[in-house]
Ligand binder design. Structure first.
Ligand SMILES: [Zn+2]
Length: 118
């Protein structure tokens, strides 16, 4: 049992937050393998948007990494989850970036095309 230093409530040894006041029970998590409730964004919505509106093959790569994030989290593999989260975000940015390049090229082409009009 661990007693909360703030409110004195009893907590199980493996809890890292007080059940009553949510104060942290340990100063650091250096000795803990992972934090179960750590928020690792999966960027799934962004990946799907990237697939639909930007670039299909790049978006699919992002979706694959996104889906891995929650799989890894459920398995308690926080380092791998973070890594997949980072890659999903990177591929979303690449998809958006490539889409941006296409838009810029289209605008340039339109301007050049218009200037050649009689
Ligand atoms: Zn407490």
């Amino acid at each position: 049992m661990i007693y909360c230093s703030k409110c004195g409530a009893q907590n199980e040894d493996n809890y890292y937050k007080c059940v009553k006041c949510e104060a942290l029970l340990h100063e650091s998590f250096g000795d803990m393998p992972y934090r179960v409730d750590e928020y690792v964004p999966d960027y799934l919505v962004w990946s799907i948007l990237a697939t639909l509106f930007c670039c299909l093959p790049i978006g699919i790569v992002a979706i694959v990494y996104s889906s891995q994030v929650n799989t890894r989290l459920r398995a308690g593999e926080i380092v791998e989850a973070r890594e997949n989260s980072r890659k999903a975000k990177m591929w979303c940015l690449i998809a958006v970036g490539s889409w941006g390049v296409v838009v810029v090229l289209a605008i340039v082409a339109a301007i050049l095309g218009a200037s050649f009009m009689p």
